[in-house]
Design a protein around this ligand. Structure first.
Ligand code: F6R
Length: 356
C-alpha cells in the first residue's frame, strides 16, 4: 500500500501531526475570523494613512504578500512589503506599519518595527506573543493576539485572515463578505477531498505529491496573486518536504528564465514544472503560457497545469494554496521525512541569538 493511504505509517512519520493542522485549515480560518471580530482596534480607528508597510519573514511574511496582491488594484495608497531589518526611508509617521510574526520573536521584524516606532508611525501588531507583544504593550499599540503552539507556516489562517480583515475594520479597504463565504466554503469542500482519508486514486493533493516525488518542483504563477501563492508553495515545499524548489512569475520569467532552460538537460529532466492556470486569464497570458511550455517542454521531466478554482481572488488564492500546502506534506511523507522540524532555521536563529 502507498504510504499516503497507510494511516499508521502517516502517524509514525508525521510525529507532530502537521497534516492534521493543515487538514483543519477551515476551522483555523473560522477561528481567525472570530479573533478579528473580537479585536479592539480603537487605538487606530479613523486615522488617514499615507501608506501601509507589512513587516514579516517566512510563513508570517506571506500574509503581507497575499494581502498586497489582493488589494493592490483597489487601494489608492502605496503598500510596501518589508522582509528584512530595515524600514525604507519613505515610510514616515503618517504610515500604518503592520508587523506580522507568529512567534513574535523574529529579529528582522523587531528591528524594522523599532524603526517604525522611532519615526512615530502607527503600528498594528499581529503575533502569538514574544517580544513583539511586549513592544506593543510598552508602546500602547494595537495588538491582535493569535493562538500559539503551531509552526508559523501552519498558522497561515491565523496570521493572514485577521491581518486582512483588520484593514476592513479600519475602513482602509472593503472586504466583500461574499468573498469570505466563498473562500470558506471552497476550503471546507477541499478539506475532505485532500484529507488523509481520501485515497490516492481520488485525492488531488496526494496525486500531485506522487507526481512530484523524486523530482525537483518549480512553480510558475502569473504576476500578482498567483505569483504570491507560488512563493508560498515554494516555501512549503522547502520547509515541509525538505526539497529544493523555486518559483517565478509570468511575464517576467519570459525575459530571462525561459532562455535558461536551453542547457543541462540531463539535470533539468529531473525537474517538474507546476503552472497555475485560470479560466479567466487574459489572452496574452494564455499565449505566454502556451508558447513558453512549448519552448521548454523538451528540457523538463513534466509540466503539470494546476487549474485555479474559485471566483473571487480570495477563494482562488486560498484554495490553490491549500492544494499545495497539503501536497507539500504528502511529499514529505512519501520521502519518509517528518514535515514539521525546520532544524536549519532553528540553528540559524540560535547562532544569531549568540550575537546579542
Ligand atoms: C516556520 C516558518 C518560518 C517562520 C519564519 C519567521 O514554520 O514558517 O518561515 O515563519 O522563520 O518566524 P515568525 O513567523 O515566528 O516570525
Amino acid at each position: 500500500m502507498n504510504v499516503l493511504d497507510d494511516m499508521d505509517r502517516i502517524k509514525e512519520i508525521d510525529r507532530e501531526d502537521i497534516l492534521g493542522i493543515e487538514e483543519n485549515f477551515h476551522s483555523q480560518l473560522l477561528e481567525a475570523r472570530e479573533i478579528i471580530q473580537k479585536s479592539n482596534l480603537e487605538k487606530l480607528k479613523q486615522k488617514e494613512f499615507k501608506g501601509i508597510a507589512f513587516l514579516g519573514m517566512g510563513g508570517s511574511g506571506f500574509a503581507g504578500d497575499i494581502i498586497k496582491a489582493l488589494i493592490k488594484d483597489d487601494i489608492n495608497i502605496p503598500v510596501e512589503i518589508v522582509k528584512g531589518y530595515k524600514l525604507p526611508a519613505f515610510v514616515k509617521s503618517d504610515w500604518l506599519v503592520v508587523p506580522v510574526s507568529y512567534s513574535g520573536d523574529t529579529e528582522e521584524t523587531i528591528s524594522a518595527v523599532n524603526q517604525a516606532l522611532e519615526r512615530g508611525c502607527e503600528v498594528l501588531i499581529i503575533c502569538s506573543g514574544g517580544k513583539l507583544e511586549d513592544i506593543g504593550k510598552k508602546n500602547n499599540k494595537a495588538v491582535i493576539k493569535i493562538p500559539p503552539g503551531l509552526q508559523p507556516r501552519g498558522a497561515i489562517g491565523y496570521v493572514f485572515l485577521p491581518t486582512y480583515l483588520a484593514l476592513d475594520k479600519l475602513d482602509i479597504i472593503t472586504v466583500n463578505s461574499g468573498d469570505i463565504e466563498e473562500a470558506l466554503s471552497l476550503i471546507k469542500q477541499k478539506a475532505k477531498l485532500y484529507s488523509r482519508e481520501t485515497g490516492s486514486d481520488r485525492n488531488p493533493a496526494k496525486k500531485l505529491a506522487l507526481k512530484i516525488s523524486g523530482r525537483l518542483p518549480i512553480i510558475y504563477g502569473t504576476e500578482g496573486l498567483l505569483a504570491a501563492v507560488g512563493y508560498r508553495l515554494k516555501c512549503e515545499f522547502n520547509e515541509n518536504s525538505k526539497t529544493p524548489c523555486w518559483c517565478n512569475e509570468f511575464p517576467e520569467l519570459n525575459h530571462n528564465e525561459t532562455v535558461g532552460w536551453e542547457r543541462l538537460k540531463d539535470i533539468t529532466k529531473k525537474f517538474i514544472l507546476l503552472i497555475f492556470r485560470e479560466k479567466d486569464e487574459s489572452a496574452r497570458v494564455k499565449k505566454r503560457i502556451e508558447v513558453t511550455s512549448n519552448l521548454i517542454k523538451e528540457n523538463i521531466g513534466e509540466i503539470v497545469e494546476i487549474q485555479v478554482e474559485g471566483k473571487s481572488k480570495l477563494a482562488k488564492a486560498l484554495s490553490t494554496m491549500y492544494l499545495g500546502d497539503m501536497a507539500s506534506v504528502y511529499l514529505a511523507l512519501l520521502a519518509g521525512v517528518d514535515p514539521t522540524p525546520v532544524e536549519k532555521i532553528k540553528i540559524l536563529k540560535e547562532e544569531l541569538e549568540k550575537l546579542n
